[in-house]
Ligand binder design. Sequence first.
Ligand code: HEC
Length: 238
Amino acid sequence: MKHLIFVLLVSLPGLVAAELTAPLQSPDLDVFDTESLRRGAKLYGERCIGCHSLKHMRYKRIQKDLKLSDEDLKTLFPWLDKPTGTMTTAMPPDDAEKWFGLPTPDLSERIRARGADWVYTFLRSFYQDDGRPFGVNNWVFNDVGMPHVLWDLQGTQKAVVKDEKGTPVIKKLELVSPGSLTKKEFDLAVNDLVNFLNYVAEPAQIKRKKIGKYVLFYLIVLAFIMYRLKKVYWKEIH
Ligand code: HEC
């Protein structure tokens, strides 16, 4: 019996990895890191908004939460005339259908459905595949319909495939030609992007977490006052 449990425990990680296809990695998320959120917003404006709207997010809200002047906002989103309205995409849904064969999803809340680890790993897991329309595939999203829009930053990756009982299985991705960023810089840039998307999914978390700190402080002060009061009352009774 002990032997059986041991075998199961040893083989468990292998089974899980096979199911998940690629091992997911976790980004560092911090809604109070305004600099990271700004960098993420800028990259989103440069590389993603052409296809993916963030229809629940208002420019005014970003401006307020990320403490941006009108000028800062203009640096982040140079095409923006006035900081009004929501972050819709410039591409009409019909064109998206025509070019990609499917509507490009709004990303306001996708990070909640997929999880930040999935999105972080997804954006770093494109690899060369000449059989696909855009010449790339993705390790966590097989036959993905999205081109590798960050390829010039990351460079080109190749899948290292091993044959396992007749089925080719990807073991890892290898950088074959570097992009303009080092691996570390690229990971940080994607981290900022995911941090931004995580903030967009629930902008109120900035306020909620701040209020949480105040409430805790208030409770501690209250507990202290109650303790002093109790001492005073008990003195009178004795
Ligand atoms: C040229 C258009 C285009 C651009 C630019 C683009 N995407 Fe995509 N993206 C797509 C399409 C199309 C899909 C749907 C893929 C599918 O279902 O096969 C997709 C899917 C996704 C998904 C998966 C959504 C889900 O849960 O199924 C994420 C996350 C994503 N994109 C993030 C990004 C980010 C972040 C950027 C900017 C760095 C970006 N995309 C830029 C076209 C684009």
